[in-house]
Ligand binder design. Sequence first.
Ligand code: SF4
Length: 431
Amino acid sequence: MKSKPKILLVNPPIYDFTAYDYWLKPLGLLSIAGTLSNSADLQLFDFLDRSNDFYADKPKFKSNDFGTGSFYSEKIPKPLPLKNIPRHYNRFGLPQKLFIEYLRQNPPADFAMIQTVMTYWYPGYKEVIDTIKTHWPKTKIILGGPYAILCAKHAESLNADLVVTETGLDKLFNYIGIANNKSLPPSWQLYKKLDTAAMRISTGCPFKCTYCSVPNIYGSFKSLSIQNKLREVELLVKLGVKNIAFYDDALLYKSSEVLVPFLSEIIKRKLSVNFHSPNALNARFVTGGLAELMVKAGFKTFCLGFESHSENFQKLTGSKVFSDELSSAVDFFLAAGADKNNITAYQILGHPNHNIQETENSMKFISSLGIRIMLSDFSPIPGTPDGEYCRKFIDMDEPLNHNKTAFPIMTIGYEAINKFKNIFHNLSDKL
Ligand code: SF4
């Protein structure tokens, strides 16, 4: 009988100025792996796995109550395009030598599938490709994920054998040449220990915000099978997971058809787990009833996408939400019993239209609601209207220039950014 092909899944290290583990898991990679789990021999090397034994004697990286925490990091020289950014540049994640040891101690896989996320993290993807090429030269390397889709030409220069440049996976499955079963859950069991996980109950988004890549990558909103997703939660709870982050981009859209039946069933089946929403909830869709259901079903943190208090900016970038809608959503969550310290509104910092964004007023507005502010430094994404506009300021064909710490400094200036960050810290201290 023909033996199953061996596939190594790799979640690469992050090369950036900052990185923090807000439930970062390679959900896309594990989902694809899940569909192949009956016909392939799968293994995982996750550089961002903080439950790895490497962290056992390093208490400062211990997770907080909701499973988030810092990554091990090493300071490294800044690449040329970022040399003038006055911040330390780091490599976050397990040391490279652990991966080399792994490759030396194990027989080579037939395929290595590498997850990508941010475009400007490509030095980490390159490190993984080069390491595999050196130690397992016959292994076919497959690169997929947002970077491969958004910067296809650049991704092809990294020397992988296949770059999956679209969300459809036919090309990938044809290349591997084995059967897949789309109803199987992500391969979470590949982790030795697992405290946190991520899931989606839908893909896409009905909005088209000018700074966001979701409409280009995932298209319009589609719900996934609720029954399969409930089985996924049951599996995760069995594996010992305490915290699950939703990676949905429009989790609250059409909630009566998707989130409400899903959460009602979570309550009915007495599945005890904390839910989080790092990808931002749309305040427009929060009602009193929905907020109550979310709190009852186990939601602990509530991140709301806001970006700016300026109506002009809100309309110019896609009208996804207005200030009064944020304010009502906060009232609903508080009335439902959510902890105000766990309600956060995201605000963009360093957008090319920052002159109409009313950055300081926006922060003051969020703070006046008694909730936390999270500044999301703007990263120009190729193919989005705002990203394409940024070709005026930077070379968008060099993904390092999309870096979220660097771009606001390059366009607004270090002092102005620091001024806003100081206001942010002062407002945060008052909460
Ligand atoms: S609502 Fe959110 S996910 Fe949808 S396009 Fe806007 S920013 Fe992107």
